[in-house]
Design a protein around this ligand. Sequence first.
Ligand code: TXA
Ligand code: MG
Length: 327
Amino acid sequence: MNGPSPRILSPTDEAIAEAAALLEKGALVALPTETVYGLAGDATSDSAVAAIFAAKDRPQFNPLIAHYPSAEAAARDVSFDPRAQELARRFWPGPLTLVLPRRADCRVSLLASAGLDSQAVRVPRHEVAQRLLAKFGRPLAAPSANRSGRVSPTLPQHVAEELGDRVALILDGGACAIGIESSVVALLGDDAVLLRPGAVTEEEIQAAIGPLAHAGEAGQPRGPGMMASHYAPELPLRLDATSLSAGEALLAFGPRPLPGATLSLNLSPGGDLQEAAARLFAALRQLDRDGRRQGLSGIAAMPVPDRGIGRAINDRLRRAAAPRPVS
Ligand code: TXA
Ligand code: MG
């Protein structure tokens, strides 16, 4: 916890107006999106963007997404090629982020781009995010509202736990429907590159624009924020568990959870991948917290099918299980 708890407000018109006024003053506000909660600041303000990096303890080389109410609004700041236009047409508003060339007169702070000549842009579908964007009238820089390297928040209480009074106000949108961050696609050269798998699946993206390269594969740079270790609980996470060791909590999936767990949560007893994605981060948080309280030594995760949004789930599980940098 960082200091006293921030206010969590139901998203009435008054609360949206107060949030917009805070943003106008350069303060930071947490807002719900359909993916995860974001920590929003005025994307056109260097000091607001710097405050976002500071509140998250985020390295300055890891750039931020600018959020817009519409593709037309985003087109003021970045250049859309025909592929970008097609993806925006199909998937916006929604859980897809496009990394596009900054226009010469781009209003978004260069700090948000971390010195790159590209800018990540997204049009969220969540009604509260849309209302705040409309009221504020300028793009909002908004990374996930967690401290750097930790699990993204899918409930307002998670944001309060992560950021305490580093955020002025949290708008309450309940639990995020998707629960995993947006898919990130870079369209900067001939290749379209998937930087981060998410709710819009590879198959859907390829159906719209053709073949997709992957960050980190031959000839493709790794995304700047795509560290191997990320989304990490404090307890070590073991993947593809087919049996449980003593002292392990269980992250189960499907109708046949492994026997013998004293502490377990099932991402989806019916084996539904959308439901599993929506529960993933809250489940990791809860197993981590309760497991540590109960003196357990780790979390074992059962395998999740690697198709559709299951790929994004497995990406996040791999990062949560990766060796941590010593800090
Ligand atoms: O669903 C989401 O995308 C949420 C909600 C709040 O919109 N936001 C989010 O932001 O997940 P963040 O900052 O936690 O993740 C953004 C990812 C990072 O991995 C970052 O490195 C990458 O997008 N990114 C941002 N700008 C980029 C750029 N110019 N080039 C390459 N990657 C970029
Ligand atoms: Mg994040």
